[in-house]
Design a binder for this molecule. Structure first.
Ligand code: GLN
Length: 547
């Protein structure tokens, strides 16, 4: 069959969860056996989100091929198990950069370079590039931003052109907001009507409307919206708030979103039958989990939980597969000191020390780690968290009170964490870290090897600094083992304290590769250790009471 193109646009306000709808649709089409690719267009001028502060757009997600992307790609992977790449996220900055480069190379043969057709062609090519491979039945393209924004105009113009060129092989799903006015006890359809009008002004007629709402939108109201917006009544569906985003695919399937798309794109029948059992099994475990696990996350961006999106989701998946609900406690590393650490960390079943950059809040991570290590709390350090584990150990166990990372202290003599050799000549900040998936060989018999059940893994990276191997022997003889290394470069990827319950740091980010159907084994192992630790504490408390 021809590749079908699905465009997902959004109206009224941002943060409606377009990424979740796009991911849910991809999930359903995959569950029907179709080959699906999914991408996101971001209207901002940054070349990629890698240089953005997490307070701006939340976490920066990293693809296997080393692209620093929007966090929506994380949703795509978690919902679909599709491995995204740099083709899955395109920003205005990247599009303009490509166009300007071509202009300088003379590719446009003396023509005046314009938004239409040159920028729009560049955008369309990035959609079609995925279709042309012949590898996909469906290409889903989410257009970031809100209809009506100046920035998204070229993207919407490209969508208009593609809909015109491929009327039978494309579809536009428009997501809008239906607010509930408490004082009037009414839901309001006017914003939806206006946003569809706006889309129509731009020459795009949406085929399917998905209404984001907190209250049920009655069939009558849906019919009214359908009439106002030139959309078939059965193609107006609602996406009502759900306790978990992972229930959205089921909600969408219940309202036939997948069938609507198959019909509108003239997908040849018989359509693939849907196989949702593994997904439903996950939801079932999620609903049945009765006990709660409490995990603390020590980081400096804790005011914005999207900054740790993939870690949160990985832990949630791991907790669910261990039949536990997850309670996260966010601990601001800047506010943590020796005086309050016991109060903040005791009572937790496990602690994650988060990734990060720069000096701010780093001392609080050392305080947390000293407490966790000496109290033998299951502890997981990720990227900067792992580096902090190394520094804390050097300072408090190896007798190197001034040990540090040269990121925090460039002239530090006890530079147990140091700039990677390959980073020394790097001057530009964007896209220049050690990025993407690299091999990591695990020491047989180590806890990390046991967690993965294999002796080699490939995990994703995003860092400039590394464990300084000059100190490796000192660490290993004192008890901190380097149990994962990159076979090509010898870079240390994992450290662990085998005598502790679970004290592991990974230079890589396992959270990027954890999905609902394939949770990352290291998170499963960490959560198991935390559950065991909770049980041990409960038992000890029981004993104490008896005495
Ligand atoms: N700042 C550290 C480095 O660049 C860690 C990065 C991270 O935690 N992602 O090496």
């Amino acid at each position: 069959m021809n590749t079908k193109y699905i465009f997902v646009t959004g109206g009224v306000v941002s943060s409606l969860g377009k990424g979740i709808i796009a991911s849910s649709l991809a999930n359903l089409l995959k569950a029907r056996g179709y080959r699906v690719s999914i991408q996101k267009f971001d209207p901002y001028l940054n070349i990629d989100p890698g240089t953005l502060n997490p307070y701006e757009h939340g976490e920066c997600y990293v693809t296997v091929d080393g692209y620093e992307s929007d966090l929506d790609l994380g949703h795509y992977e978690r919902f679909t198990d599709i491995q995204t790449t740099r083709a899955s996220n395109v920003t205005t900055g990247r599009v303009y950069k490509a166009v300007i480069k071509k202009e300088r190379e003379g590719v446009y043969l003396g023509k005046t370079v314009q938004i239409i057709p040159h920028v729009t062609d560049e955008i369309k090519n990035r959609v079609k590039k995925l279709g042309i491979t012949g590898n996909f039945d469906f290409v889903i393209t989410e257009i970031g931003g809100v209809v009506g924004d100046i920035e998204s105009l070229p993207f919407l113009e490209a969508v208009r052109q593609m809909r015109w060129e491929l009327p039978d092989d494309s579809v536009c799903v428009h997501l809008t907001y239906v607010p509930y006015i408490a004082a009037a006890k009414e839901i309001k359809t006017k914003p939806t009507q206006h946003s569809v009008k706006k889309l129509q002004e731009l020459g795009i007629q949406p085929d399917i409307l998905v209404l984001r709402t907190e209250k049920d939108v009655s069939l009558d109201v849906r019919r009214k919206i359908a009439q106002f917006c030139n959309v078939a009544p059965d193609a107006v569906i609602q996406s009502i708030d759900m306790p978990s985003i992972y229930e959205v695919p089921v909600g969408m399937h219940g309202q036939h979103l997948d069938e609507l798309v198959l019909r509108r794109t003239h997908t040849p029948e018989p359509w693939g039958p849907i196989h949702m059992e593994p997904w439903l099994n996950f939801l079932h475990r999620m609903e049945c989990a009765s006990k709660t696990l409490t995990i603390g996350l020590v980081g400096k961006y804790v005011e914005l939980q999207d900054a740790y999106k993939s870690i949160n989701e990985s832990l949630f998946q791991a907790a669910t597969y261990n039949d536990h609900k997850l309670k996260m406690v966010y601990i601001h590393s800047e506010k943590l000191d020796a005086g309050n650490v016991a109060e903040k960390l005791s009572g937790l079943d496990g602690v994650i020390v988060a990734p990060g950059f720069g000096q701010r809040g780093v001392e609080g991570k050392f305080v947390a780690l000293e407490y966790c290590r000496t109290h033998d709390i299951p502890t997981f350090g990720i990227c900067l968290g792992m580096q902090c584990m190394v520094i804390e150990y050097a300072r408090n166990v190896l007798g190197m009170p001034h040990a540090n990372s040269t990121e925090m202290e460039p002239e530090c003599a006890d530079n147990v964490i140091d700039l990677m050799e390959t980073q020394k000549s790097v001057t530009e900040k964007g896209g220049t870290m050690r990025l993407g998936a690299y091999r990591c060989r695990l020491t047989p018999g180590s806890r990390v090897a046991e967690a993965y059940g294999q002796d080699e893994v490939r995990e994703r990276h995003r860092h400039r600094f590394e464990f300084n191997s000059d100190f490796r022997d000192r660490f290993e003889s004192a008890g901190m083992k380097c149990t994962g290394t990159n076979p090509e470069t010898g870079l240390v990827e994992v450290v662990e304290l085998p005598e502790k319950r679970w004290y592991i740091g990974t230079q890589y980010h396992p959270e990027y590769s954890s999905t609902v159907l394939h949770p990352n084994p290291i998170f499963l192992s960490f959560v198991k250790a935390a559950i065991k630790y909770q049980a041990e504490r409960k038992l000890a408390e029981g004993e104490e009471k008896k005495n």
